[in-house]
Design a protein around this ligand. Structure first.
Ligand SMILES: Nc1nc2c(ncn2[C@@H]2O[C@H](COP(=O)(O)OP(=O)(O)O)[C@@H](O)[C@H]2O)c(=O)[nH]1
Ligand SMILES: [Mg+2]
Length: 427
């Protein structure tokens, strides 16, 4: 009897204990839900019904920066079509996971047409900062005065026959002209310091463990790239001559310790076609807004090469920054696992891949491949490549520290075996 009474007493205590735990759990869950509601309260599906496309098209969210005071007014920036929603969403999700879920930068989307409601709804949900949707004014996405449109059309037909990439496309030319001379003139970007250009359908398969915008600001970097390759010469037959003519007329715009050796192998006589691939690009808008760049763009515009050839914004930006910035104002953002068809970045150093949780095949890396121009940027300027942990440790100390701090939940394998040990299976 004594035993039974004691058991009954113990069971009552257990029941009370369990009830207490469940109550605490319920209260915590309710608080958590409320907290989420507060953070996300800037946007909900109910709001969407009332969403007014003609209002500023900004989806406001409450920001949760760790330290607002130190931040500049920097944004992520994508030019995209409604039809590219899924590709944009995939990019946004990866980039949020690898970078922005830590920093919550605002993300601006630009389009030559109105964004549709579904695009706005889906993308706003995926972005952790505020999302802004911008309709590009028609004059930024069309022909400038003085362009002979029959000539432009003949050029497109010929380029198509020659199988030049996008050779037959008129909209691609509007896009390149917009990215060369107009995006930075958008009213919505007038107070922005730096932008990070991100395209739909690209991958980021490694963590980016530090605030690249802050790094650039702290180290006086004005332009950043990830990949560099050679341009199809048939798209820019006269761009080099137009550029050298401009700088002969305006030598005051040439920076002292410029990056000319990156773009010319014969002291400026000819262009070696190397360019920073602008689909991944971070830059100071002040550089573009400044007198020098605008004088250069206006000169190029007057030559008509965006329509009489197929000048891309990548070589235009590259030639501009290589002439007008000092080489050490140009920054290489390495080890991002970036992919834009058909080129892939994937660190060859196993420790870098581990620290950044990379999900890529180093055998497919293009960045340090002999066809890539990235090595040239380092070689001609005597900069150290951040391609090994040792190089990063001794030359990019902040980045090294951020890699060490990058949280990695212990995997089963690393709990079971020492680093470098491999487990082989006979199966
Ligand atoms: N809104 C809009 N975006 C475009 C248009 N054409 C290209 N883009 C965007 O401009 C960027 C570059 O275009 P893309 O087709 O990727 O060219 P590629 O990177 O040179 O192969 C991408 O972000 C596209 O989504 C267009 O006609 N309208
Ligand atoms: Mg692209």
């Amino acid at each position: 009897m004594i035993h039974i009474g004691r058991l009954a007493f113990l069971s009552t205590r257990k029941v009370i204990f369990c009830l207490a735990i469940s109550t605490i759990f319920m209260i915590v869950s309710l608080l958590h839900l409320q907290g989420n509601y507060v953070i996300d309260s800037g946007f909900s599906f109910k709001d969407l019904t009332n969403f007014n496309n003609t209002l500023s098209n900004t989806v406001e969210k409450i920001k949760i920066y760790g330290d607002d005071s130190a931040k500049g007014n920097d944004i992520l920036l994508s030019l995209v079509r409604n039809s590219e929603l899924v590709g944009m969403l995939e990019t946004v999700k990866q980039f949020e996971k690898r970078f922005n879920s830590k920093y919550h930068y605002d993300w601006y989307f630009m389009n030559d047409e109105d964004f549709d409601d579904v695009f706005i709804e889906v993308i706003s949900e995926a972005v952790s900062g505020n999302a802004k949707f911008i309709k590009i004014p028609n004059e930024f996405w069309s022909y400038p005065e003085g362009i002979d449109q029959d000539r432009a059309s003949t050029v497109r037909e010929k380029s198509q026959q020659e199988h030049i990439n996008y050779g037959g496309s008129e909209s691609y030319r509007f896009m390149c002209r917009f990215n060369s001379g107009f995006f930075y003139k958008l009213e919505e970007l007038k107070d922005i310091d730096y932008y990070w250009r991100i395209e739909p359908n690209v991958d980021f398969s490694c963590d980016i463990p530090y605030d690249v915008f802050q790094y650039m600001r702290n180290h006086n970097k004005k332009y950043a790239f990830n990949m560099a390759l050679t341009e199809d010469e048939r798209t820019i037959p006269t761009l080099w001559n137009a550029t050298t003519d401009f700088f002969v007329e305006n030598p005051k715009y040439i920076a002292k310790n410029n990056n000319l050796k990156f773009i010319s192998d014969d002291n400026g006589k000819t262009y070696n076609l190397c360019h920073f691939w602008s689909n991944f690009e971070i830059a100071s808008l002040d550089f573009y807004r400044g007198e020098k760049y605008n004088a250069y763009f206006d000169y190029l515009e007057s030559k008509g090469g965006f329509f009489y050839e197929r000048w891309g914004d990548a070589p235009v930006h590259t030639l501009a920054v290589s002439y007008m910035l000092s080489a050490d104002e140009i920054f290489f953002v390495g080890n991002t696992g970036y992919f834009h068809h058909p080129n892939k970045d994937c660190p060859s150093d196993v420790v870098i891949r581990q620290k950044l949780h990379c999900n890529c095949n180093p055998g497919k890396d293009f960045t340090w491949h002999r066809w890539s121009c990235a090595s040239k940027f380092f070689d001609v300027n005597n900069f150290v490549k951040p391609n090994t942990m040792t190089n990063i440790k001794y030359n990019y100390e902040e980045i090294y520290r951020s890699m060490l701090d990058n949280f990695q939940p212990p995997s089963k394998k690393s709990q079971l075996s020492a680093p470098g040990t491999s487990i082989t299976s006979n199966n």
